[in-house]
Design a protein around this ligand. Sequence first.
Ligand code: DX5
Ligand code: ZN
Length: 206
Amino acid sequence: MKLAVSILSSNYDEEETIQRLNATDAEYLHLDIMDGHFVMDKTPEREFLHLSNKPLDVHLMVSNPFSYISKYAAMHVDCITISFETDDDKRGILGYIRSRGIKCGLAIKPETTVCELQDYLEMLDEIVVMTVEPGKGGQKMLDGPLDKISELVRLREEKGYNYKIVVDGGVNEETIEKVKEADMAVVGSYVCKSEDFQAQIDKLRL
Ligand code: DX5
Ligand code: ZN
């Protein structure tokens, strides 16, 4: 399983967090962007992303995702994920991300069902199953959304879809067992609030 490390809640400042992450074998830097509207918190302007040696996995928790795309498309980015529960023209935005040569994803809140996503499944590179309410790091993983992982695996097999299944929220050495079927886990505080990032990552890969 691949790992994307979220730098949202860290014991270190942004520059040091990125440098510590660079020294690990994590596959991606997961960048959470919050606007103070779609979720209550607002993330600060990031200044040191250019120092990252990992491709970015951008997770937009914002009400107006379109206005953020150009900025992140200009960086070393693998995928940009928007939140399903925004009112914007999601199909148009996903197509726009694709047209910039970047993978596109949709993130779903714990209460959103796979059925609601149906019309988008064939056009997605990534589906982020939120296992906490979006908006804060360091929350406990919810069990409710976990069934969506096997549902998405089954649908992908049946219909030949190409999306990668990602879980985001509350991943640690105990909860990772519950999300094994996913292709990638986002992990934030378990890594960035520790002294040894690689040691924590090693425990997740066991
Ligand atoms: C939550 C964010 C997550 C979160 C992960 O809204 O999307 O990426 O920061 O952090 P942990 O692993 O601490 O739950
Ligand atoms: Zn996230």
